[in-house]
Design a protein around this ligand. Structure first.
Ligand SMILES: [Fe+2]
Length: 141
């Protein structure tokens, strides 16, 4: 089964953001692993909650950072985060309604969580990290 992977293309250069992305990807993989171990619904729900908790923690931290540096794209960025917040809520509901984690569930994690995250990190999060760097190093330009 496919796993999410933190590779060099996902590095934003902001240490806090990069560290949290590693943890997020770790938790996504733990969810995928729990889906492989038979049809253990409770284990999958537990890992889904574990991922949901960290998603909220991470998004809140990123949004707080953007507020602190008066990041001009904060509104659009928060709307993007709300997209994944909804996906996480939908996936949790899907898992609770199913007998156990289905192939359709795993396919949605792949497309709506992992691929979404890669695209988000490479665009939106990298822009925040660059802006933060400019704010911190005005003389470097
Ligand atoms: Fe973000």
């Amino acid at each position: 089964m496919m796993r999410a992977e933190f590779d060099d293309t996902l590095i934003t250069g902001n240490e806090m953001i990069d560290t949290q992305h590693r943890e997020l990807i770790d938790r996504i993989n733990q969810l995928l692993e729990s889906c492989e171990n038979g049809n253990d619904k409770l284990a999958a729900i537990k890992m889904m909650d574990y991922l949901a908790d960290y998603t909220e923690f991470h998004f809140s931290a990123e949004e707080k950072l953007q507020e602190e540096i008066n990041y001009p794209g904060i509104k659009e960025h928060r709307q993007k985060h709300d997209e994944l917040r909804k996906v996480v809520a939908d996936l949790t509901r899907m898992l609770e309604e199913e007998e156990g984690p289905s192939d359709a569930f795993v396919a949605q994690v792949q497309k709506n969580v992992i691929e979404w995250l890669y695209t988000h990190i490479k665009g939106f999060d990298r822009s925040v990290a660059e802006y933060r760097f400019i704010v911190d190093n005005p003389d470097r330009l």
